[in-house]
Design a binder for this molecule. Structure first.
Ligand code: ATR
Length: 276
């Protein structure tokens, strides 16, 4: 092939830890797409100009990672419904000469839970720990699976109450303080706090997790195993969000290239790479 490859990338700060170039490199190879995907170190004050410059030079698509997901909402000329609900954008592409902002995080989580892990959420009781941006990003796709109830618990209860109210029309949501979480096992508990990153376990009642509870931490990596280890010690099945990471990438790749890459082998390769 002698034409230049189509250009994609991820903007972040810091971006050096991003696993997206590895994942998209494997997707491109497996699907035979003529493309490159690079990490770009971009500070917040330069985000707008760098995004404009990337697409002006013919770049085809971008991922946004920390700290740019919220700021990118303002840069997009159009938002998908799921990005509007999330109030965060992790994927940009040109569509009909307009910059379209999407958010594939929630879809990636749902695909990992229901597709890879075979979980059913319909009529189940779900507890989400945390009420920040990560929770906001996954709520709409989770509620679309019609759980019986989604309880949002947060260290700062007001944020949980506000988020529950904001999503109430999409399904049954309830915001509580950690101390007010019901003392009975939930079917699914998702840790969406950033506590794992500092090695902490959110202070939920022990009885909220039983042997039949499925626990999932959106964080991943050896240093973020606190919640997963704690849930396993309660006899629960618990996993880190490596599958979500691969599935959200596959969904971005599908938007850009019109091809959905297979994810199983990439997930295995990624687990080996990060020791998860
Ligand atoms: P993110 O985009 O990762 O969700 P965020 O919007 O800053 O980041 O939200 C971080 C979430 O983790 C919040 O729910 C935060 O609780 P507060 O709203 O009370 O700040 C939660 N969090 C962070 N550290 C925590 C800890 N040590 N224990 C419990 N919750 C924690």
């Amino acid at each position: 092939m002698d034409s230049a490859p189509d250009e994609y990338g991820v903007f972040g700060h810091p971006v050096g830890h991003s696993l997206s170039p590895f994942i998209h490199g494997l997707f491109a190879r497996a699907t035979g797409q003529h493309m490159v995907y690079r990490p770009y170190e971009v500070e917040s004050q330069h985000l707008s100009a760098r995004v404009a410059g990337f697409f002006a030079r013919g770049g085809r698509g971008l991922n946004l990672t920390l700290p740019h997901k919220i700021a990118a909402v303002e840069l997009a000329e159009q938002l998908t419904a799921r990005a509007a609900h999330a109030q965060a954008v992790n994927t940009l592409l040109m569509k009909d000469d307009q910059l379209l902002g999407d958010n594939t995080d929630g879809a990636g989580l749902v695909r990992d839970l229901t597709g890879n892990l075979g979980l059913r959420l319909a009529r189940r009781r779900v507890l989400i720990l945390g009420a920040g941006g990560a929770t906001r990003g996954i709520l709409a796709p989770l509620l679309a699976l019609e759980p019986a109830l989604v309880v949002l618990a947060n260290r700062t209860p007001e944020r949980a109450l506000a988020l529950a109210a904001a999503f109430h029309e999409l399904g049954p949501t309830q915001g509580v303080a950690f101390g007010d979480i019901e003392d009975a096992p939930f079917d699914v508990v998702i840790n969406a706090t950033s506590a794992s990153l500092s090695g902490e376990v959110p202070p939920l009642p022990e009885a909220a997790v039983g042997a039949h509870t499925f626990c999932y931490d959106l964080a991943y990596g050896r240093s973020a195993l606190g919640f997963v280890r704690w849930a396993q010690s309660r006899g629960a099945h618990a996993l880190q969000g490596v599958g979500m990471l691969v599935e959200q990438a596959a969904e971005s790749f599908r938007l850009w290239r019109g091809v959905r890459p297979a994810t199983a082998e990439v997930l295995t390769a990624l687990r080996a790479r990060i020791g998860a």
